[in-house]
Design a protein around this ligand. Structure first.
Ligand code: ADP
Ligand code: SF4
Length: 708
């Protein structure tokens, strides 16, 4: 018996209707921002997952008709036969590794305003589309319903022709017309498609049946259903109508793919759902009412937990979107017992944000995500070294750790120096803040692997000066020394900072709190403040830090106010699907929120906030203000090195000096990891840091110039 036989159950084949999955690892549909605009990148992205051992690999949502298109977002498209060859690229890439290819066919109903096709959206009833576009969807007539059935059938046949093994019917995330018909709060129709649960699911049943009749002999039919909307009686509930729907349709699909809605609940971040398997309390009843296989998700990365879920009969397939993004090789690593090499998802939703900002997918943990085709980056392999140079990496945050790890993988000799008492940089520091504990995985994964490399010397507690670096005579120096939060409020709103000359209250930066904050500690920068003292967090940054620090200070017993120049709290987190949850949590914690406010003056203990649109001001006294406005790169060593040594240049191939990560240009942790990776990949090669050194996908002009 092999040492890792306890995982064998995960590698059993499972029958799904007319097809058989080679194992229980199932990459459920997820967006990647590649889609119909970048078909080669899409195919390679999915192919790498199959190569990494996922038994089923799915597309993202695929539009079946121009009455529901999500431009400018780049999802899949299967409107007519001309789309089929693009999908064949993907199915071929998946089949090459023996995995099944699944396609998620979607009609989004009133979820989308059809910005490109300009066709009126369709819904169960007349109603405004989701979001703020001044567009209404119109109530579907019987003719529209018949058309919708036919569009599904046509798309299913095209899917089969493109080589897909599993065809989805989709009623999840509040993003599908079928789900809109299921929702009692939306579907107020008075005909046989509205009213009782069985009337509301009539359309879904008809479409499932029609698709099965059309392609069920060759393809498995999967039904993706949100069994709970986490809205109580206002939405579908797992133990009420959710259960009724599953019971009524129990044996109709060949596979149940179940989750919670909306997307922010399904793809909940670790800040709001820290535990693996957080959806199981809603989804695990499904197996008890159907004999068909069931797939569910919940940021699963622990192999033992996966085995337990299968053995307990909670799921048949380990569904994953984000864990497969963070580590496309997760199944193979489990099979081979290489558990310490799994890049665990940290639940930050940078991947989700890429889709929301209409960019190709990126991932904090996996810098190769989305770059598989255009840069030729593979998540598990890297080009060998082109020489035997030694490289000094200064700083062990995400940028320094990733560059050191990948340089070591390539075979270079690396010295990694870190000033702090432990490696990890901002990942470790920030992981002490409320809801961010998973951030330390970015550091832990890399530190664990670096320690296995004999060609890396790690020097912790070693703050190098420019002279130290020169004295070491290591020809290549990579500076990953990070960035610091500004003390004077400099940032998007205050280009010259805030005048602090009259301030008598304590002015702190996010760094002061992140680095030292332990309430009982006498080093605590807040230790001389009375419990309950009023503190203002001033957020002109708009990602997570302002909101997190407000929570942190409130938990420490201060009376916290948060002022932001935006009209909502932590506004960029709209993209990570956290914004509403953050604002609700801060309100629940009695944190006073001031939106559309900039700091206009600080005098003594008094801070005046002015409306960003002009007019009103408010004034209050505070014991301290925490500036969360902008970070600037820590380039001191870089400048000193340049001053001390003319010989150190950025272009000389025998010597080099380069800043990466936050000390190059402060950004997300994902960007720091990416730059560390980029540095290591390109070391010894001629590519410059500013070139868009990737392959682009072009429209074939020759064909498109033909008028017919
Ligand atoms: P990034 O996100 O770019 O990786 P971080 O701020 O997370 O940046 O990490 C920078 C790291 O560099 C910190 O851990 C810091 O202690 C370390 N560091 C900064 N200056 C020096 C120095 N002179 N010598 C060694 N380590 C340094
Ligand atoms: Fe997980 Fe974050 Fe990567 Fe998304 S970006 S897969 S949430 S680590």
């Amino acid at each position: 018996m092999s040492i890792h036989s306890r995982f064998d159950i995960l590698f059993e084949p499972v029958r799904i209707g007319p097809v058989t999955a080679p194992n229980r690892f199932y990459q459920v549909p997820h967006c990647n921002g590649l889609g119909h605009a970048r078909p080669f990148a899409e195919a390679r992205n999915r192919g790498v997952k199959a190569e990494g051992g996922w038994g089923v690999v799915s597309t993202q949502e695929v539009e079946i008709h121009p009455t529901a298109e999500v431009s400018p977002f780049q999802e899949g498209r299967l409107w007519d036969d001309r789309d089929i060859p693009y999908h064949q690229l993907t199915t071929d890439a998946i089949h090459e590794h023996g995995s099944l290819a699944a396609i998620e066919l979607v009609h989004m109903g009133h979820h989308t305003p059809n910005r490109s096709s300009r066709l009126a959206p369709l819904s169960a009833v007349h109603m405004p589309v989701e979001g703020i576009d001044p567009v209404n969807a119109r109530a579907m007539s019987k003719r529209d319903i018949a058309d919708l059935r036919q569009w599904h059938v046509d798309a299913a046949i095209r899917s089969m022709q493109a080589g897909y093994d599993i065809v989805y019917v989709y009623a999840a995330h509040d993003m599908s017309v079928l789900m809109h018909f299921l929702q009692a709060r939306v579907n107020t129709r008075s005909d046989e498609y509205g009213g009782s649960v069985s009337n509301r699911l009539r359309l879904t049943r008809e479409i499932l049946q029609a698709v099965k009749d059309a392609v069920g002999h060759r393809c498995a039919i999967a039904f993706r259903l949100a069994v709970d909307e986490l809205m109580g009686p206002d939405g579908i509930q797992a133990h009420e109508d959710g259960r009724e729907i599953v019971c009524e349709l129990a044996e109709l699909p060949d596979l149940w793919d179940v989750n919670v809605s909306d997307w922010s609940n399904d793809s909940a971040t670790a800040r709001f759902q820290p535990d693996e398997g957080y959806q199981l309390p809603y989804t695990d009843f499904v197996k008890s009412v159907t004999t068909k296989p069931v797939v569910g998700v919940g940021r699963f990365t622990s192999a033992d937990k996966m085995v337990a879920m299968i053995k307990k009969g909670q799921l048949d397939f380990i569904g994953a979107a984000r864990p497969s993004i963070a580590d496309p090789y997760l199944p193979n690593k489990i099979r081979e017992g290489r558990l310490d090499m799994i890049r665990e998802c940290i639940g930050c939703n940078i991947c989700v944000a890429s889709d929301n900002i209409v960019a190709p997918i990126r991932c904090t943990q996996n810098p190769t995500q989305g770059e598989e085709w255009r840069k030729g980056w593979h998540p598990e392999s890297i080009e060998p070294a082109t020489g035997d140079e030694q490289i000094l990496v200064v700083g062990s945050g995400p940028a320094g750790l990733e560059s050191a790890l990948q340089l070591a993988e390539r075979g270079y000799r690396v010295m990694l120096a870190e000033a702090g008492e432990q490696p990890g940089g901002r990942c470790i520091r920030e992981s002490r803040l409320p809801g961010l504990s998973s951030y330390r995985r970015v550091a832990d994964y890399r530190i664990g692997l670096i320690r296995q490399h004999r060609n890396v010397d790690i020097h912790i507690g070693n703050a190098l000066s420019a002279q130290d670096i020169l004295d070491m005579e290591i020809p290549h120096v990579c500076l990953a020394t990070g960035a610091s939060w500004c003390h004077n409020g400099f940032g998007r709103t205050h280009h010259h900072g805030i005048d602090l000359s009259g301030a008598e209250l304590k002015i702190l930066t996010a760094d002061d709190l992140i680095k030292e904050f332990a309430v009982a500690d006498s080093n605590n920068p807040l230790s001389d403040l009375e419990p309950g003292a009023p503190i203002l967090v001033y957020d002109d940054d708009h990602y997570y830090m302002g909101g997190v620090l407000a929570e942190h200070l409130q938990e420490a017993g201060f009376a916290v106010s948060l002022a932001t120049t935006e009209s909502i709290i932590s506004s960029w987190t709209v993209n990570t699907l956290e914004q509403e949850k953050i604002q609700s949590r801060l309100i629940a914690k009695n944190i006073t929120l001031h939106t559309n406010k900039r700091v206009s003056t600080i005098n003594s203990h008094n801070i005046e906030l002015a409306c960003t649109y002009g007019g009103s001001t408010i004034q209050s006294d505070y014991a301290a203000a925490v500036m969360v406005t902008a970070r600037l790169p820590d380039t001191g060593i870089y400048q000193q090195l340049k001053n001390l040594s003319d010989a150190v240049t950025e272009t000389d191939s025998s010597r080099s000096l380069q800043c990466i990560g936050d000390c190059h240009a402060p950004s997300t942790i994902a960007a720091a990891v990416y730059q560390g990776h980029q540095y290591a990949r390109s070391f010894g090669l001629s590519k410059g840091s500013y070139s868009a050194d990737y392959t682009r996908e072009f429209v074939n002009l020759e064909k498109n110039l033909r008028i017919n």
